[in-house]
Design a protein around this ligand. Structure first.
Ligand SMILES: C[S@@+](CC[C@H](N)C(=O)[O-])C[C@H]1O[C@@H](n2cnc3c(N)ncnc32)[C@H](O)[C@@H]1O
Length: 233
């Protein structure tokens, strides 16, 4: 079920199934060729084309998301409605974004539609790359992937996911990674930072023996979202 976007509000409604591109992932996670040389888990994948594009260039990429319980055709249909919902939200809240990466709202809409189409085709052709799973539990053994990327779930939905969920989710992603986890953005859907939540995460993960740092990235779409959280094992 999808709720309506609230113009100028702080909540987009239900989790949006968004469709970011490989290029956005590369920029928001500061991914270099060495990061893409091994295996990468996209968690959650949504309708992003990261996995499809990464596979084309040789990365052993896998995506997980609870929406992959939905059949490929049904999800593709749902994603078309989600593209509209995302566009309505971006239009109503345009002043909260920097449009340079896309060259404006129409460019953003085109990019998301192209990414969703690439995702839909790849999921149909290669269903084994898209596995249903929901944080904070992942159906993988320890150190199954070199790197885990997590875009626009944690922090983005800090209005409904509490600190305990955030910590359990990052610990789980760290568990299945060999080198670590990258998390972006560190602001919520309305662009608000959550420094206390980030500090709490850093404190608990550091106490677990992980190395954690906030890293600048060369990407800013939501205004002020210029950093990611990097967790190193
Ligand atoms: C805003 S989308 C992000 C998708 C993709 N990473 C991107 O940036 O385009 C958020 C996704 O989180 C998924 N999601 C919701 N609850 C989740 C959970 N507990 N574990 C993993 N994914 C979840 C939703 O189904 C949705 O596809």
């Amino acid at each position: 079920m999808t709720g309506p976007a609230v113009a100028g509000g702080h909540s987009i409604g239900e989790y949006l199934i968004s469709a970011r591109s490989f290029e956005e992932y590369r920029a928001m996670f500061a991914l270099g060729d060495e990061d893409l040389a091994g295996s990468v888990l996209d968690c959650p994948g949504g309708a992003s084309s990261f996995t499809a594009s990464a596979r084309r260039r040789g990365t052993r990429a896998v995506a997980v998301d609870p929406v992959y319980l939905t059949s490929a055709d049904q999800l593709a249909e749902r994603v078309s409605a989600e593209l509209e919902r995302g566009h309505a939200w971006a239009t109503a809240n345009a002043e909260r974004y920097l449009w340079d990466f896309f060259g404006g709202l129409p460019g953003h809409q085109r990019s998301r539609a192209a990414s969703a189409a690439l995702f839909a085709g790849d999921r149909k052709a290669n269903p084994g790359r898209y596995l249903p799973a929901a944080l904070p539990h992942l159906p993988f053994a320890e150190r199954s992937f070199d790197l885990v990327l997590s875009s626009h779930l944690l922090l983005t939905y800090a209005d409904r996911l509490d600190a305990g969920f955030h910590l359990a989710a990052v610990r789980e992603m760290a568990r299945v990674s060999r080198t670590g986890v990258r998390l972006y953005p560190l602001v919520d859907q309305a662009g608000r930072p959550h420094p206390e939540l980030v500090e709490r995460l850093i404190g608990s993960l550091t106490a677990d023996g992980l190395r954690v740092r906030v890293r600048d990235v060369d990407y800013e779409f939501q205004r002020g979202a210029r950093t990611m959280l990097e967790v190193l094992r």
